[in-house]
Design a protein around this ligand. Structure first.
Ligand code: SF4
Length: 335
């Protein structure tokens, strides 16, 4: 498809469907485009290794949100999923925010449609709403405070014990936080299609085969999986734990993209991806993996697709994110 037709069809396709000269060095081209356009490239740990390697900043949701808020680049290119690019736009509306493929959604964000959530919230008028950042801008606008897996405990602990809370959209993360903080939050019934399907049976088998391996799990996993983990934490938490800990082998229960940084940080340690309960050996997020180096290059070159947002929605969605950043700063989690 030529570029003019591809630009016309971008709403239908969600990305630029253009053939690229196979002799192009895309790493070099992307680096050139970053300089030419004063663009910053932010990538989530769940992206493919080549995208992580060409990014200016790799992080989890909290780190990426902070980078998006602080950048002085003219353009933010977000190698992640839709709600992350939305968060970047909410925090930095004057910047052009690009997402290589607008189809890169999130099953967890999709599990909380705004109308159904509004009706649910109306049943609990005395509750405040804490929402995990993996939700749409509409859900953020209906929330009082946003949290990430890296700061959720501090956020909940900052709320008086007698204040009832609705937690959305991830029921597994909510149940885990209820357990560690002693709360009884009302949970929205949402989940992540990647973290929910780890097989406890296969993890236990791996533990038998690797008796010295420690199990590192993300709190979006089901409680039965978290119960056998040696460490439960955000992607950044898992990375830091693996760096500081003195074991040699780990079973990693989260999206496989994280293994790239773990192996780079710890070349002498072994990381074994935990298998899901289907036929696959590891567990990729199909949404995250929609981004490719080719789509990234095209999106930077032609500055499309761009993430656009209604200004009133943006203003409403920003309030609970600001609250999160303020609490995180006070707790010393960010500067
Ligand atoms: S791993 Fe789960 S929560 Fe993260 S983007 Fe994919 S579906 Fe959403």
């Amino acid at each position: 498809m030529n570029i003019d037709i591809a630009l016309e069809k971008i709403e239908e396709k969600g990305y630029l469907d253009v053939a690229i000269d196979p002799t192009l060095d895309l790493f070099e081209e992307i680096q050139k485009l970053k300089k030419e356009k004063n663009a910053v490239l932010l990538a989530h740990y769940y992206q493919d290794a080549d995208i992580q390697d060409v990014a200016d900043y790799i992080g989890d949701s909290l780190g990426l949100a902070q980078q998006a808020a602080q950048t002085d680049a003219d353009m933010i290119v977000f190698a992640g999923v839709h709600f992350m690019a939305e968060t970047a736009k909410i925090l930095n509306p004057t910047k052009k925010v690009l997402l290589p493929d607008l189809n890169a959604g999130c099953s967890l964000a999709d599990s909380a449609p705004a109308d159904a959530f509004r009706a649910f919230k109306a049943k609990y008028p005395d509750h405040i709403v804490v929402s995990y950042v993996n939700c749409t801008a509409e859900i953020k606008a209906l929330s009082d405070i946003i949290c990430t897996s890296g700061n959720v405990e501090k956020i909940i602990e900052s709320i008086p014990m007698d204040q009832p809370i609705i937690f959305a959209p991830d029921k597994n993360l909510g149940a885990y936080v209820n357990k560690v903080t002693g709360r009884n939050m009302v949970l929205w019934n949402g989940s992540c299609m990647v973290h929910e399907i780890f097989s406890l049976e296969k993890i236990l088998r791996l533990k038998t085969q690797h008796p010295k391996a420690k199990v590192l799990a993300h709190p979006e996993c089901e409680q039965a999986v978290l119960d056998v983990a040696d460490y439960v934490g955000s992607t950044t938490g898992i990375l830091n734990f693996a760096k500081k800990d003195d074991a040699r082998e780990y079973i990693v229960v989260t999206e496989t993209g994280i293994l790239h940084q773990m192996m780079k940080d710890n070349p002498n340690k072994t990381f074994i991806p935990a298998p899901p309960n289907n036929g696959c050996a590891c567990n990729d997020c199909p949404h995250m993996k929609l981004n490719t180096l080719e789509k990234l290059y095209l999106c930077m070159k032609y500055e499309q697709p761009e993430l656009l947002m209604d200004e009133q929605l943006r203003i409403e969605a920003k309030k609970p994110i600001d609250r999160m950043l303020e609490i995180s700063r006070k707790a010393g989690l960010i500067k």
